[in-house]
Design a protein around this ligand. Structure first.
Ligand SMILES: [Cu+2]
Length: 491
């Protein structure tokens, strides 16, 4: 199919030449519009400003076409929100723009991007952004670190064309990425990318949950499995089934399709493959190198690729990570549904939808166990206090202090056997009510970070602190709602 590709390039070329002749005819000074005139992308001037169109997967913004470099304003909001990993399995995702992967950003070489990163006030954690398309320390991470309820602004000029990953780089970095904080930013060359009929955004990620694959209820992140690279879910676009059935991407026979494929990781490398198609062209690793006639392309963690192909026959084409157990057992399976007339010369067989989905990527066994209890009711006994307190802990505190209260070195202090906690009960209540900043020493280690104020009722705080004080070798105190109430107005 590479003849088609050459034809494509040829037609854009002749169109370009025609346009150039027209421009030359109009005025000689217009010649400076050609890239070659600039010594480096750095010298490309920006004309006017525009607000960037941001899209959630599988959609991508409109091509930049022949527009000139601009001051491009990107407004990106970070949202921590509960979503569904698969049927009956909930997960708290941390997102750029409300989706996993985060909003797709489309730029043109020479653009001066003015980036506004907003951390929603309801979020619990500070975040930042490292864009691989940025030339500068941390890819923007150091300039964009923000706590909930704040906005950070920084600017950069895009100098290199290609498809780049962006991600959060706040400690513990692996955990922020594992919770979904990644996405793609495209830098188009001066002349734009060749036109195609369909463009889609697909990004792989691996997830680590306390329970096994398919265990129901709200599943907290599991740090140990993440460190061991033992993924429970490997998925496209943040969840099992994001690209299957009614969510499948579509095309018509005869159309050209371009997929912007990214891999957020945090750990696994993707062997990206579309069953029943051959990639006519792959922009290897999202760069300038074009490889033709490719069956499977490797997408590294923190990397990307652009794949292009023409669909010649109708049917359902399955997108997979060809590390195949991930596709059929962990979720890395999507669908491209192609409609149109058969072409018996190319493929004679009967097309059957779903033929490649035997064990069913999304079908998990359903263990009887229910999810964690909620804390709506008032605890009547000590046992109930412990039970409700644990539920609150697993929903609110575990993300930072970890499931066994062990904390994370240099980032979140331990609550297990914490001398700081055990020394002063009122101080502990105050920390939950009002938050805490500034240096503290816990079990001989210094921490200097931010714990945001927790939006919990007196009942919830009394339960969660009772749970913490009566777990992991702490001093076994029982806290009542009225003890919490009496601290509300003390600051
Ligand atoms: Cu983050």
């Amino acid at each position: 199919m590479n003849t088609r590709l050459k034809k494509l390039n040829l037609s854009t070329l002749s169109f370009g030449v025609l346009l150039l002749m027209m421009l030359l005819g109009a005025s000689c000074s217009k010649e400076k519009d050609k890239t070659k005139v600039y010594d480096s992308p750095e010298a490309i001037p920006v004309s006017r400003e525009m607000i960037a169109e941001l899209t959630s997967p599988p959609n991508v913004p409109k091509p930049t076409g022949r527009r000139k470099a601009k001051k491009l304003i990107v407004n990106m909001e970070i949202l921590e929100k509960e979503g569904e990993m698969t049927d009956g399995v909930k997960y708290v995702y941390w997102t750029f723009g409300g989706s996993v992967p985060g909003s797709f950003i489309r730029t043109k070489i020479g653009d001066e991007v003015e980036f506004h990163l907003k951390n929603h006030p309801d979020n619990k954690l500070p975040h930042n952004i490292d864009l691989h398309a940025v030339t500068g320390p941390g890819g923007g991470a150091t300039s964009s670190f923000i706590s909930p309820g704040h906005e950070a602004q920084f600017s950069f000029k895009v100098l290199n064309p290609g498809l780049y990953v962006y991600h959060c780089a706040t400690a513990p970095v692996g955990m922020h990425i594992a919770n979904g904080m990644y996405g793609l930013i495209l830098v188009e060359p001066e002349e734009g990318l060749p036109e195609v009929d369909r463009e889609y955004y697909v990004m792989q990620g691996d997830f680590y949950t306390k329970g096994e694959n398919g265990d129901r209820g709200l599943q907290p992140f599991d740090m140990k499995k993440a460190v061991d690279e033992d993924a429970d879910y490997v998925v496209f676009n943040g969840k099992v089934g994001s690209l299957t059935g009614d969510n499948a991407i579509t095309a018509n026979v005869g159309e050209t399709v371009r997929l912007y494929v990214g891999n957020g990781g945090p750990n696994l490398v993707s062997s990206f493959h579309v069953i029943g198609e051959i990639f006519d062209a792959v922009r290897v690793e999202g760069g300038d190198l074009i490889n033709e006639n490719v069956q499977t392309t490797l997408v590294p963690a923190g990397g990307a690729a652009i794949v292009e192909f023409k669909v010649d026959v109708p049917g359902t084409f399955i997108l997979v990570d060809h590390s195949i157990f991930r596709a059929f057992n962990k979720g890395a399976l999507g669908m491209l549904k192609v409609q149109g007339d058969d072409n018996k010369k190319i493929y004679s067989g009967k097309q059957e939808e779903g033929i490649y989905q035997p064990e069913g990527g999304g079908i998990q066994e359903m263990p009887a166990e229910e999810g964690v209890a909620t804390t709506e009711e008032t605890a009547k006994t000590f046992e109930e206090k412990m039970e409700y307190g644990k539920a609150t802990y697993m929903q609110t505190c575990f993300a930072c202090h970890q499931a066994e209260g062990q904390g994370i070195a240099n980032a979140f202090p331990p609550l297990a056997k914490s001398d700081y906690l055990n020394a002063d009960l009122n101080r502990a209540i105050d920390i939950i009510l009002h938050g805490k900043t500034g240096e503290i020493t816990v079990n001989g280690e210094k921490y200097n970070s931010v714990m945001t104020k927790q939006d919990l009722t007196d009942e919830e705080i009394s339960n969660v602190l009772t749970y913490v004080y009566n777990s992991w070798g702490n001093s076994k105190k029982e806290i009542t709602p009225s003890m919490v109430a009496s601290r509300r107005n003390v600051h």
